[in-house]
Design a protein around this ligand. Structure first.
Ligand code: NAD
Length: 361
């Protein structure tokens, strides 16, 4: 198979971790008989330096013409970098927001996995972390409270602010379909999270999700109120497979789930549209404090590449080979500095990439 991938190395540690992701993808290609065709494009600060803007039409066009986009990270030190003296629409992050919009990426996938080898980093009690967890938070990304009408007006001498939470059936249906499709290739359980005891938008959410569920008899559906879900994530995270939820609830719950893994350098993510197309990136930022030192953890980006193989190319065996290689490297006690603990062997960013690539079978 030929895989056309637009690659955004970006800023800070971005180019270093992207190089390691490509190294692993190349090994997958050689092992399984595929061809990786990378097109490197500029975005964020790197694009500002060359073009004066964080995202050009050319970058958008190349991304659209590709099968998937793999991104490392963008942005600089927000206090000292000259990029942050520009007006907000010209700053690095504006490029990412515009790209997501241009590609119509409405579904955000954030896996939260507790690797048994990294259990020590989990802030939960040992009896809870011992069960491990492997969940996917599926967040609607383009609707809800963050995109509804808003205003602040003065009424009777005091300010009054209003935000509007709106969802249409079609917006809910398309993310629900994505959620069930993802659950189908995982452990076949969807927990739909809402606040249906209070909100109309949540009652519509629940109704549409139940309609979609009828097309997926092999997937178990349960509903959970968002406040309960926030508690369950720290009480019994092992119960979750796919958590399907709207924009703001997903924003908060996905950060909570990330935190309970305890390892920022291990967290992948994806944003998808209603085709197989997606943008894959680590959840962490560009870590300008360690840029250029060859010490960053490339595993979140490598895991994002594995998600890309799985969800954009249906290459499940190949994605599993990357996940197994990472598992093996961790079992053999190799660690980058961010996940280092006593008795482990410290390796560099490129060293970690080599170790994973060597173990692809
Ligand atoms: P950050 O995630 O870049 O870094 C937070 C801390 O985690 C730092 O100490 C950093 O060294 C460490 N860290 C992060 N990733 C690591 C890795 N792979 N290996 C080892 N250590 C790692 O967050 P920040 O410092 O708040 O933001 C820095 C820049 O990144 C800002 O410009 C921010 O806007 C941007 N950012 C970009 C994205 C993105 O590209 N999607 C996401 C978040 C932040």
């Amino acid at each position: 198979m030929i895989l056309n991938i637009a690659c955004i190395g970006g800023d800070g540690i971005g180019p270093e971790i992207m190089a390691e992701a490509k190294k692993v993808l190349d090994k997958v290609a050689a092992t399984y008989g595929h061809e990786m065709k990378y097109t490197d494009v500029l975005m964020g600060g790197a694009s500002i330096d060359v073009h004066g803007i964080p995202l050009t039409d050319e970058t958008i066009d190349i991304c659209k013409a590709s099968d998937a986009v793999l991104m490392a990270s963008i942005g600089g030190n927000t206090s000292t970098s000259p990029w942050y003296k520009l007006e907000p629409s010209k700053r690095p992050e504006a490029g990412l927001l515009k790209l997501r919009k241009s590609l119509n990426l409405f579904a955000n996938l954030r896996p939260a996995v507790l690797y048994p080898q990294l259990r020590g980093a989990c802030p939960l009690k040992e009896e809870i972390s011992a069960a491990g967890f492997d969940m996917m938070i599926m967040r609607e990304l383009t609707g809800g409270l963050y995109f509804g009408e808003r205003q602040t007006v003065e009424v009777d001498g005091e300010l009054k602010a209003t935000d509007t939470l709106t969802y249409s059936e079609s917006e809910i249906r398309r993310i629900a379909i994505k959620g069930f499709e993802i659950a189908k290739v995982r452990r076949k359980k969807v927990t739909s999270v809402d606040k249906a005891n209070v909100l109309d938008s949540s009652r519509l959410w629940r109704k549409v999700v139940e309609e979609v569920a009828k097309d997926y008899p092999e997937v178990t559906l349960e509903h959970m109120l968002v406040d309960n879900c926030a508690m369950q994530l720290v009480k019994d995270p092992a119960q979750f497979d796919v958590i399907l939820t709207e924009n703001m609830f997903g924003d908060i719950l996905s950060d909570e789930a990330s935190m309970v893994t305890g390892s920022i350098g291990m967290l992948a993510s994806a944003s998808m549209n209603d085709t197989k197309f997606g943008l894959y990136e680590p959840s962490h930022g560009s870590a300008p404090d360690i840029a250029g030192m060859n010490i960053a953890n490339p595993l979140a980006t490598i895991l994002s590449a594995a998600m890309m193989l799985k969800y954009s190319f249906d290459l499940h065996k190949e994605a599993a080979a990357i996940e197994a290689a990472i598992d093996q490297v961790l079992t053999e006690n190799y660690r980058t500095v961010d996940i280092m603990s006593d008795g482990m062997e410290k390796v560099s960013c490129s060293g970690m990439g080599d170790l994973v690539a060597e173990r692809i079978k």
